[in-house]
Design a protein around this ligand. Structure first.
Ligand code: NAP
Length: 214
C-alpha cells in the first residue's frame, strides 16, 4: 500500500490525494494491518481521507469500530454500486447497496455514499441494450420492469432522458445523500449527462419514482 500510494502520487504529479480508497474489501488480510497502513498514509499527508469500496455493512461497522478503538482515521466515503433499480437479494451482494446498507448509511451521516455505475452502464435509455446486458443480472424481474415503466413516464413528463432522470433522482436523495460517480465514455455522453444537474424533480414525481416496484 505504501508503494502504491507513492507510485500513484508520482504518476499524478501531486503530493497528496483528497480521498484514498480501498477498492475491494480484502477478507484475507487482517483489517488492523490495512487500517494501520492507511493511518500512516494519512499521517504522512499523502491522503486527506480514506474510503472503502465493495464492502458489506457488517464489515464497515467492524472497520469503524477498529478505527475508533485505535484512533485511526475512519472511512468517510463508501463507494458502492447504486442506482434507481433495486437489486434482488442474493449471495453476491458485497458491492451493491441493499436495504440494510441504506439503513446503516441513514444512521451514520459521517459516511458518504458514492454511487458507482449510477446509470448501470447506460441501460436506462435503451431497451435493446438492457436485454441480456450483464449489468441487469442483479436487477431483472417484475420489480425492475415496474420501475423502468414509471421512470420512462416521469422522464417524458419532465422532458429528460431516463438516464438523466436516474442521475437527477440520485442527486435528490437526502437520506442517505448519494454522490453519483459518472462514467461517460465519450464527450457526447458527458455532455448528455450534464442536464441531470439542472433537473429539478418535483416532490410528486419523486414519490412516484420511489413507490414504483415492490
Ligand atoms: N469501486 C468499484 O469497484 C467501481 C466499479 C465500477 C466503476 N467504478 C467507478 O465509477 C465510475 C463510473 O462507473 P461506470 O463507468 O460503471 O458508470 P456508468 O455511467 O453507469 O457507466 C458508464 C457507461 O454508461 C454508458 N453511458 C455513459 N454516459 C452515457 C450517456 N450520457 N448516454 C448513454 N450511455 C452512457 C457508456 O456505455 P457504452 O460504453 O456502452 O457506451 C459508459 O461506458 C468509473 O469510472 C469508476 O471510477 C468503481
Amino acid at each position: 500500500m505504501h508503494a502504491s500510494i507513492d507510485d500513484s502520487l508520482r504518476r499524478l504529479g501531486t503530493d497528496h490525494v483528497d480521498l484514498y480508497y480501498v477498492h475491494v474489501d480484502d477478507r484475507a488480510t487482517p483489517l488492523e494491518e490495512t487500517l494501520e497502513a492507511l493511518a500512516e498514509i494519512v499521517r504522512a499527508g499523502k491522503a486527506r481521507h480514506i474510503g472503502w469500496s465493495n464492502v458489506r455493512t457488517w464489515r464497515m461497522e467492524h472497520i469503524r469500530a477498529l478505527c475508533e478503538r485505535h484512533g485511526w482515521p475512519a472511512p468517510v466515503a463508501l463507494q458502492q454500486q447504486h442506482s434507481y433499480l433495486c437489486p434482488r437479494t442474493g449471495p453476491d451482494m458485497a458491492s451493491v447497496v441493499d436495504h440494510e446498507q441504506l439503513d446503516y448509511l441513514r444512521a451514520h451521516d459521517d459516511l458518504s455514499l458514492v454511487a458507482y455505475s449510477p446509470i448501470l452502464r447506460g441501460i436506462y435509455d435503451d431497451a435493446a441494450k438492457r436485454r441480456g446486458h450483464w449489468m441487469m443480472e442483479r436487477y431483472a424481474g417484475p420489480d425492475a420492469e415496474a420501475r423502468l415503466r414509471v421512470l420512462g413516464e416521469v422522464a417524458a413528463e419532465l422532458g429528460v432522458t431516463p438516464n438523466q432522470l436516474v442521475l437527477a433522482w440520485l442527486l435528490h436523495q437526502t437520506s442517505p445523500r448519494a454522490i453519483p460517480l459518472i462514467g461517460p465514455r465519450t464527450l457526447d455522453q458527458y455532455e448528455a449527462t450534464l442536464p441531470a444537474l439542472a433537473c429539478a424533480v418535483p416532490e410528486e414525481h419523486l414519490s412516484r419514482l420511489d413507490a414504483a416496484g415492490a
